[in-house]
Design a protein around this ligand. Structure first.
Ligand SMILES: C[S@@+](CC[C@H](N)C(=O)[O-])C[C@H]1O[C@@H](n2cnc3c(N)ncnc32)[C@H](O)[C@@H]1O
Length: 216
């Protein structure tokens, strides 16, 4: 189930900022060369990630799930002048191409690109994060959320992609295993008193979660 029709998505993208040329070429190349190109955030979601990042002006960002670096570059657009982004992917096959995109962007010095399983890499990064984007293997989302929570500064944001799971979270029948785990995580986050949160019906659903400054 597509949450937003193609017509509406076109209207939204036509009335927002254009896709920057490098991102448009990454988008094209990903569709030409990858078997699962839909994993890339794309024009509309990418502009939302960019806008959220610009509003926050983060000093430190963590992205879990680099893929072809599309969202990495969108999130980097909002970095504070001295800021940096750590992005992690388990797939080393894309490393050379993705690194070349980072070089072309002029932002390579701000991007720390880690190859390895995120659950092992995250503890090696000694920073507090202002913004975390969780977008890798969905079965680990709860583990990622719990692992990064104490590493997010008060007032910082956690974004989780695919929380509407192609609309399957609304189905009445007994959920399959993956949908059940999405439902369980969404319920866990909804009940988390340490945060303010809102789900955005963007593409496959983004959970926008803000860590409270004062936790009662
Ligand atoms: C949905 S894609 C990321 C898309 C990217 N964030 C974007 O918006 O353009 C998910 C990525 O997570 C990576 N991944 C899967 N399991 C992982 C793990 N355990 N640790 C790190 N990365 C993983 C995959 O290799 C894949 O490239």
């Amino acid at each position: 189930m597509e949450l937003l029709s193609e017509l509406l998505t076109d209207y939204l993208t036509d009335h927002g900022d254009a896709e920057p040329p490098l991102l448009a070429s990454i988008n094209r190349e990903t569709h030409l060369k990858e078997t699962r190109p839909h994993m890339l955030s794309g024009h509309y979601q990418g502009r939302i990630l960019s806008m959220i990042s610009r509003l926050l002006a983060p000093t430190s960002i963590l992205e879990i799930g680099t893929f072809t670096g599309y969202a990495t570059l969108c999130l980097s657009e909002g970095l504070a002048p001295q800021g940096c982004i750590h992005t992690i992917d388990i797939n080393e096959e894309l490393q050379e191409r993705v690194q070349s995109y980072f070089e072309k962007s002029g932002l390579a010095a701000k991007i720390h690109y880690h190859i390895g399983p995120a659950l092992e890499v995250i503890p090696t990064i000694p920073e507090l994060f202002d913004l975390v984007f969780i977008d890798a293997d969905k079965q680990n989302n709860r583990a990622y959320y719990d692992l990064v929570f104490d590493r997010v500064r008060p007032g910082g944001l956690i974004l989780i992609d695919n929380v509407l799971w192609k609309g399957k979270v609304l189905e009445k029948e007994t959920p399959d295993k993956q949908t059940a785990s999405v439902l369980a995580l969404n319920a866990y986050i909804a009940a988390d008193q340490r945060t303010e949160k809102i789900m955005l019906p963007v593409r496959d659903g983004i959970f926008l979660i803000r860590k409270k400054i004062f936790i009662n």
